[in-house]
Ligand binder design. Structure first.
Ligand SMILES: [Zn+2]
Length: 355
């Protein structure tokens, strides 16, 4: 018997193409693996590298196949793993060590990372669009009603504007609503005292618009400018910005639940608890799109299409870009936007001249 012989484990040896089973043990004779019967008879022998060892799958018996086609079977998974480990190391040293880290696994991990990045980048927007498309009208309606209720209970107060001022703004609003895609019945305008919200105008996803006394006061009687702001808000509604924004913040899991019709508690909270609606700020792209919408709508209604640019002038002058006022944080106003508004108006005018 060789000096360096290590028992590996016990099991059963099967001759090639035979169901005969001989109780035996596997021994490791310095890299030469042998199946040895109870009586010491050598049943099969091969270098470790010539063996085919089945992969570990749960507690399924491991099969070690010798070059002659005979099989050694054992339930001692740990012993086979150890055999592979020790012989593998001896065989290939560092290279095998690296192998054990499975380059394929690394590639797989990197691929999963890239894939999730891609999913986030491309699938999320698609899911958002699907969610917007499958949202029944009752959802934005519920969200809007509960938001306005919450706001009325917490920050907003009754308007102190006089009737004539309100009528002038309402008339202008009616004119742009008449020219909107959804039509006048889709929009309602509410006057409120802004309280902590201050000068602001915003639209809830169902077409409920709110304008605060403070914003009206800031306009110095420029009703057309205020109508321009309301046209911008109608733009947010028609382009479904707030719904999109809410869905985006609901994230992948929320969207999948929503589309699958299994709305979880957290998504439901997000949808019904309106407070979150106001905290959402729109992206620059959404703001620019709403600005362009204002230009188009104002032009159709026979107003100065660039009236909303005057509004940005006013807030820059009166509030300053450093102001913490909510209208600036939810509607980032920059001189660039005024420029873009005027450029878009000029572009539309040229197009009309060509027609
Ligand atoms: Zn906006």
């Amino acid at each position: 018997m060789a000096s360096d012989e290590k028992p590996v484990c016990r099991g059963d040896w099967h001759p090639r193409d035979s169901s005969r089973s001989i109780p035996s043990r596997l021994v490791d004779r310095d890299g030469q693996i042998l199946a040895v019967a109870e009586d010491g008879r050598e049943l099969a022998s091969a270098a470790f590298s010539a063996l085919a060892v089945s992969a570990r799958v749960g507690s399924i018996p491991r099969r070690v196949e010798f070059a002659d086609g005979s099989l050694f079977e054992t339930t001692d998974n740990a012993a086979i793993d150890h055999l592979q480990w020790t012989n593998g190391r001896k065989r290939a040293g560092l290279v095998h060590g690296l192998e054990r880290f499975h380059p394929q696994l690394l590639v797989f991990v990197v691929a999963v990372f890239l894939l999730s990045g891609l999913v986030y980048r491309y699938a999320l927007p698609v899911l958002v669009e699907v969610a917007v498309a499958v949202t029944p009208p009752v959802v934005p309606r519920l969200m809007s009603v509960s938001t306005l209720e919450t706001l009325d209970r917490t920050v907003l107060g009754e308007t102190k504007l006089d009737e004539a001022k309100r009528r002038a703004i309402s008339d202008g609003f009616a004119r742009i609503a008449l020219n909107s895609t959804r039509g006048p019945s889709a929009y309602t305008l509410n006057f409120r005292n802004g309280g902590a919200i201050g000068p602001n105008a915003f639209a809830l996803p169902d077409g409920t618009l709110i304008i605060t006394d403070e914003l009206v006061d800031m306009s110095d009687g420029d009703t057309e400018m205020l109508v321009g702001v309301l046209a911008h808000e109608i733009g947010h509604v028609e382009l479904e910005h707030s719904l999109r924004q809410i869905y985006r913040s609901a994230g992948m899991a929320g969207l999948i639940m929503l589309i699958a019709g299994d709305v979880g508690d957290s998504v439901e909270d997000l949808l019904v608890q309106g407070g979150g609606l106001l905290a959402l700020s729109y992206s620059r792209d959404a703001e620019a799109a709403a600005d362009r919408h204002s230009v188009e709508l104002m032009q159709k209604a026979g107003y100065d299409p660039t009236a909303i640019a005057r509004f940005f002038e006013v807030i820059e002058k009166k509030l300053g870009d450093t102001s913490e006022t909510t209208i600036l944080s939810t509607h980032p106003g920059t001189p660039d936007r005024r420029k873009a508004i005027r450029a878009y108006e000029a572009e539309l005018r040229e197009k009309r001249a060509e027609d």
